[in-house]
Design a protein around this ligand. Structure first.
Ligand SMILES: Cc1cc2nc3c(=O)[nH]c(=O)nc-3n(C[C@H](O)[C@H](O)[C@H](O)COP(=O)(O)OP(=O)(O)OC[C@H]3O[C@@H](n4cnc5c(N)ncnc54)[C@H](O)[C@@H]3O)c2cc1C
Length: 387
């Protein structure tokens, strides 16, 4: 193992692996040597990613499923909705990890170290990376994807929510699932004055991942509370009384509008969730990390540094904050806003809006379909308080 690298990834999750992949795929950066440091070896199916888009990413062929439609369910509206020209993708974590690790090994540019980064410093024109096992490395630039939930809290002017969820991959003795259509939102569960829904990703007529999700400011008191809600949904809403749980997954994603300083030193850039890539109003991260990895790689090629990256257009931050404020203050009514949005707009426009890909006229059309006074009052509060 060397002690000097061009780039070091502090953390080797989705964001770091995507960036390493983008760098190693670039002809201009073929001479660069990378080190990825993470205490966790990525050899488990620790998460399932969903994302949507109309173009292509190098990961689409790995998708366990890809759908041209989704279903939306709420007490006042239920429909199967075409997402075309967008597709909705479901990607298993392990398939992504195995694909990328193979590509990185084949490149001959990347080394992996199972260790924990303890701290970094900057000296003599280089970033110095120190690990828990007392190793020290230097590099031209380091990319930091380490984060804690507390990084996104602690500013009274900002809104910080959590997306917390638990899912079961279940198998039933009989065919019960419609494999042609996942359920993106099912709001037909007690809301408890929060945003609560279940989504279902069918893999086979008798196999699906069912995920109970909450957007709120605090986790449920006990882990068993998520299991109770999931089992109740499977038995009472889906009317499935016999099933086997094949896998479980759980997670907490920060949803916050707290400003994040990405450039933390002369030679250091935050990436991924740590850099605020989780969209504040939805928690979706995956595709945003890939777009960011492409921008950073382009900057490395053209500028020889990673910092020429375009931030999200500020108006999308205002929309996110407005929606988060509504989630915080009127959580139980969000299902009605979503019902309006899904029943009165083309789904592809709505999905592009939730991915910061709409134009201003399209955004005005979308906003005109929700209760305008409440939305405008929430937006005014955001703009006046500069949240
Ligand atoms: C179960 C689950 C389902 C999800 N589903 C979706 C989804 O459908 N769509 C979506 O967009 N997002 C989803 N997410 C969010 C998901 O976290 C992100 O998509 C993605 O993993 C973010 O990548 P990241 O690199 O920022 O963070 P991570 O993948 O969490 O990577 C951070 C890495 O840093 C490492 N690390 C931490 N501390 C140190 C240290 N001191 N030294 C070295 N390494 C360290 C960690 O071990 C970890 O590997 C889901 C998350 C979970 C948990």
């Amino acid at each position: 193992m060397h002690t000097e690298y061009d780039y070091i990834m502090l953390g080797g999750g989705a964001a770091a692996l995507m960036l390493a992949y983008a760098i190693t795929q670039s002809n201009e950066l073929k001479d660069k040597r990378l080190l990825i440091i993470d205490p966790v070896v990525k050899n488990q199916n620790d998460r399932t990613w969903c994302y949507w888009h109309a173009s292509t990413t190098p990961f689409d062929h790995l998708a366990a499923k890809k759908w041209p439609q989704v279903s939306f369910k709420a007490p006042k509206f239920e429909a199967k909705l075409s997402t075309l020209p967008l597709h909705y993708y479901m990607l298993k974590g392990i398939d992504f990890y195995e694909f990328i690790q193979k590509k990185l090994q084949e490149s001959g540019q990347v080394e992996f170290l199972q260790d924990r980064v303890s701290h970094t410093s900057e000296q003599n024109g280089y970033a110095q990376v120190h690990t828990q096992s007392q190793k020290q490395f230097s590099c031209a630039y380091c990319f930091d994807s380490r984060f804690q939930l507390s990084d996104f809290e602690g500013d009274e002017r900002c809104i910080s929510l959590l997306q917390h969820f638990k899912g079961y991959l279940i198998q039933t003795p009989h065919d019960v699932f419609d494999i042609e259509c996942p359920t993106l939102f099912d709001f037909n569960i007690p809301q408890h004055n929060e945003v609560r829904f279940v989504y279902t990703l069918p893999l086979a007529p008798n196999k699906a991942l069912i995920e109970f999700t909450i957007f709120s400011s605090a986790l449920l008191p006990q882990m068993i509370d998520y299991d109770i809600a999931l089992k109740s949904y499977i038995e009472e809403n889906l009317k499935i009384d016999s099933y086997q749980i094949l896998e479980k997954e759980k997670g907490v994603i920060p949803m916050s509008n707290k400003p994040i300083t990405r450039k933390t030193g002369k030679y250091s850039l935050k990436i991924g969730t740590a850099a605020g890539m989780a969209k504040a109003s939805t928690g979706y991260v995956f595709l945003r990390c890939w777009r960011d990895a492409q921008q950073i790689t382009a900057s490395l090629k053209k500028q020889n540094h990673p910092f020429q990256i375009t931030p999200t257009a500020p108006r999308f931050n205002v929309y996110d904050s407005t929606i988060m404020n509504l989630m915080l203050t009127r959580g139980g009514q969000i299902q009605d806003y979503f019902t309006d949005l899904f029943s009165k707009n083309p789904t592809e426009r709505l999905l592009r809006f939730l991915d910061d890909q709409t134009s201003l006229p399209e955004e005005l059309l979308l906003m005109s379909t929700v209760p305008t006074r409440t939305f405008a009052s929430s937006m005014t509060k955001i703009l006046v308080n500069k949240i």
